[in-house]
Ligand binder design. Sequence first.
Ligand code: GLN
Length: 471
Amino acid sequence: MFTIKSLREQFLAKKTTPLQVVEEALAKIKKEDGEIHAFLDVYEDAKELAKQATADYDEGRGSDLPLLGIPLAIKNNILIKGRRATGASKILENYIATYDATVISRLKKAGAIFIGATNMDEFAMGGSTENSAFGVTKNPLDTKRVPGGSSGGSAGAVAMGVVPAAIGTDTGGSIRQPASFCGLVGFKPTYGAVSRYGLMAMGSSLDQAGPLTNCVADAELIHNVIAGVDTMDATTITSDTYPEPKIKEAYTFGVPKNFLTEGLDEDVKKAFFAHIELLKTLGHTVVDVDLPLFEKGLAAYYIVVQAEISSNLARYDGMRYGLSMPGTDLISVYQKTRATGFGPEVKRRILLGTYVLSSGYYDAYYGKAQQVRGMMRKELKEIFKIVDFILTPTAPTPAFKIGEQEDPLAMYKQDIFTVPVNLTGVPALTFPMGKVIRDSVSLPVGVQYIASHGCDSQLFAIGKKVYDDQL
Ligand code: GLN
């Protein structure tokens, strides 16, 4: 299996070199990415860094840096100084980042080599990567299907075997859902664990960056590199913000049974119940839990996120960044730039967000959604007194076909299990729980483990036991 751990071992044992691995990755992109389209930009100059990393291993400097010579792919809403940062939007088509995101500077410091920028839904709005202004990414496991989204390019890059890991962002499931569709591990950290400095803001109270990998140990490794307090993001938390997570032999899992109804594919349900049986045979306890508010997450999310989007995207005004259309006065510059630069999903969300924040409707929509959000947190706090993890499928279906979900509301329903996690700020891990057959193709489906605030390491501990140990 293509993992960071195995690459590291091979580098240290001189069985291969970073240069060889990077050259292979670039060759694979050339050969296969014309069809898949996981990448928006490919960094050919990664070879130079790979030469340096190879020399470092040769001279015995390899063991100090946890990611030395490891090729990674980066979602194109994360700024890398001197590289194009498009957010897969026409409005930023030619925008070059002027600084490194904190996530990026930490990965660089750990020795990672970026080989390219990955495709995504425009400004991370979507669940299929069909909303990219630069064309859809295909699922490498079945090219008729979507890779999920919005981090579909990052998932595609790992599923193609170009890189052992990629970085995505997750506002309502955009790391976890594509991981589920592409048979990968995906991790959404506790809100504030990872700095948002240098990430294009979608929903500032929801966004977190995290890894997509082939095993839980690699996700943990990347998370530990990118996490930590950052003076450039006042919402980052220290490791003692929450009580120390308990690493145990046997855990208690809560299954919100009432939540497993609407829209849940029968085969996904079967795989999920088989996973529950697996947990029991591994010695864990599984109990039913009631989470009536958690189940309302989808409605609350699609008010809160639109509100935050409408505010955050106000900055793309034809003055400060990227595209600027000429106009007769300031207002017409704004209008023409935004009308030309934004795609339909982005416009829809800005309109909805502006509406729910308007003075006449603020209390009825945004205010209510924030109240629900507060109550959801309380509900979770009580549940986590009884259980260590909440268990759900990651997505209600396996990867769907390109063009199949035309109705935006149907697409939003894909997020039913993932968005409550972002609304409440807790961490969640997904990994494959089984396969389902569609059109004689075997497609992976993921399970989601949700933990209490700050229990990120507890998720890695259980994930390694349940998933990595069976690989
Ligand atoms: N699919 C969700 C949405 O469209 C989540 C997106 C994300 O996590 N960036 O809002």
